[in-house]
Design a protein around this ligand. Structure first.
Ligand code: FRU
Length: 516
């Protein structure tokens, strides 16, 4: 009898326990709804998907006072899978509203990266002049074809929306560009309107080079030319091209820029984005460029492209803030990956051409609670409850000498950045920045960037730090280093060291969170 009652007690105890834990679970769900996007490492002023896996930005388009951001999305898991296009909109390129998933895989394949245009003249006939179609141009990736060992499983398709991206219809005669002769990597079409030749120009990548096509109506495409087999970086496959014209700042000179992402083969490992400055005559892209130029020397700015539909003077870029080396392994739970801040691209010429990329001016409206310091000298430390939702701006006068800023916290994670005079590089060192062991290449080395500045007497610096990223800019993006970080707790101390320098006009600001 006694044994039986002990047994019964046990059963009661365990069933209560079970019940209790399920109550706790449901409480957690309620709490998550109440404190939206406050999970650990969730960026507070960078775009992230509501949940699950995201990679490249797609279909960047400005129309009717709204910025559209589509993105590679797998809504069922936090690792890459059958690709959809997720969708979000913004009025200022900083705060985003999540929208319904735009494009789903179909019998022609997964929906890989691509672009979007407003077909204002209804050249495609897919809408009307009164209600012109928004047209998405993307790569179909037929998984069955790939697993069967074929080489022609990537083709280009289009879809259109007559309600500003809310609902989409796939074009009935897809694909619009078939795979020519079995090119395994044949993808990521970027389309733009080319006014001088009055036609649409499509740039895509084919393994080790870019291909250009033209069309009068977005549905039938004619091959134009190839670029890049023997030029630029070739440490990996070419991906996510973008072609556009920019005026050199302070002049009337116009040049064409071609962005090419490459994976692997970036300067600090894995995925990165190179660019070429040259000419495009409506058929062929040419360049006299000899060296290899990179948009960003951090390891977490990939597959970045620019908006269609903006005035010529505005070229706005956004990149995926991750790297194929470790994108699937980062220590987040409900979602994976963020985008970089939206950045303005400008073209400059000193001896040579260089592109700057720097957060759009709208981000300035998100600063609050700023503290300013006329100067900060060697070994000075500032403290804050949380440097991870902050922006820090400062200046250095005169020729650059060694300096370092180190962010740390109670568990003694350390994130450093600065300038190394002997090597003439800026750097970010995240090797001891917090959680770094989830993939060996994440913390393998210091990320160094050749020190590109405007060459003025005064050098300006900006640091944007969010829950799991740092974006470090010199001279408004002449040098950029973007890196993910996963500190065990937010950084609370910032220490400056330099034998030669003072930091001038230091401004430390909090940045408003963008989620409701
Ligand atoms: C770049 C990329 C693209 C491809 C997409 C698939 O990160 O590999 O080339 O279209 O991701 O998700």
């Amino acid at each position: 009898m006694r044994i039986l009652s002990i047994f019964l007690l046990f059963i009661v105890f365990f069933s209560c326990k079970k019940e209790k834990s399920s109550v706790v679970e449901s409480e957690i769900v309620v709490e998550n709804n109440g404190t939206r996007f406050r999970e650990s490492y969730r960026p507070q002023y960078h775009f992230t998907p509501p949940e699950k896996w995201m990679n490249d930005p797609n279909g960047l388009l400005f129309y009717n006072d709204t910025y559209h951001l589509f993105y590679q999305y797998y809504p069922d898991d936090i690792v890459w899978g059958p690709m959809h296009w997720g969708h979000a909109t913004s009025k200022d390129l900083v705060a985003w509203k999540h929208q319904p998933v735009a494009l789903y895989p179909d019998k022609l394949g997964y929906i890989f990266s691509g672009s979007a245009v407003m077909d204002l003249e209804n050249t495609s006939g897919l809408g009307t002049k009164e209600n012109p179609p928004m047209v998405a141009i993307f790569t179909y990736h037929l998984m069955e074809g790939e697993t069967a060992g074929r080489n022609d499983f990537q083709t280009q398709g289009i879809a259109y929306s007559l309600d500003e991206g809310q609902t989409w219809t796939k074009y009935k005669d897809n694909p619009v560009i078939a795979n020519p002769t079995g090119i395994r990597d044949f993808r990521d079409p970027k389309v733009m309107w080319h006014a001088p030749s009055q036609q649409w120009i499509l740039t895509l990548v084919a393994g080790d080079h870019a291909k250009f096509y033209s069309s009068k109506n977005l549905t039938s495409w004619e091959y134009l030319s190839d670029f890049g087999k023997d030029i630029g970086a070739h440490g990996g496959v070419w991906e996510c091209p973008d072609l556009f014209e920019l005026t050199v700042e302070g002049s009337d000179e116009k040049r064409w820029v071609l962005l090419i992402s490459i994976n692997p083969g970036a300067p600090n490992g894995g995925s990165g984005t190179q660019y070429f400055v040259g000419d495009f005559d409506g058929t062929t892209f040419t360049t006299a460029q000899k060296d290899i130029k990179w948009i960003d020397y951090g390891t977490d700015n990939y597959a970045g492209v620019t908006y269609n539909g903006l005035p010529d003077s505005e070229r706005t870029f956004i990149g995926w803030m991750s790297n194929w080396n470790y994108a699937r392994d980062t220590p987040t739970e409900n979602w994976r990956s963020a985008m970089t801040l939206s950045r303005k691209l400008t073209l400059h010429k000193n001896n040579d051409y260089y592109l700057k990329n720097y957060p759009v001016a709208a981000i300035n409206d998100y600063s609050y609670g700023s503290n300013t310091y006329k100067k900060i000298t060697n070994n000075y430390s500032l403290t804050s409850a949380n440097f991870n939702e902050m922006r820090i701006d400062f200046e250095i006068e005169g020729a650059l000498h060694d300096f370092e800023l180190k962010f740390s916290n109670i568990p003694n994670d350390q994130l450093s950045l600065g300038y190394d005079m002997e090597k003439d590089v800026f750097y970010v060192d995240r090797r001891r920045s917090g959680k770094v062991n989830f993939e060996p290449r994440f913390a393998k080395k210091v990320h160094e960037a050749p020190a590109i500045t405007d060459g003025n007497d005064k050098t300006t610096f900006s640091i944007f730090m969010d829950a799991s990223s740092i974006e470090f800019f010199v001279d408004q993006g002449a040098t950029a280093i973007t890196d993910q970080i996963f500190p065990n707790e937010p950084y609370t101390v910032m220490t400056f060291t330099s034998k030669k320098h003072e930091l001038k006009n230091v401004k430390v600001s909090k940045v408003k969170r963008i989620w409701e």
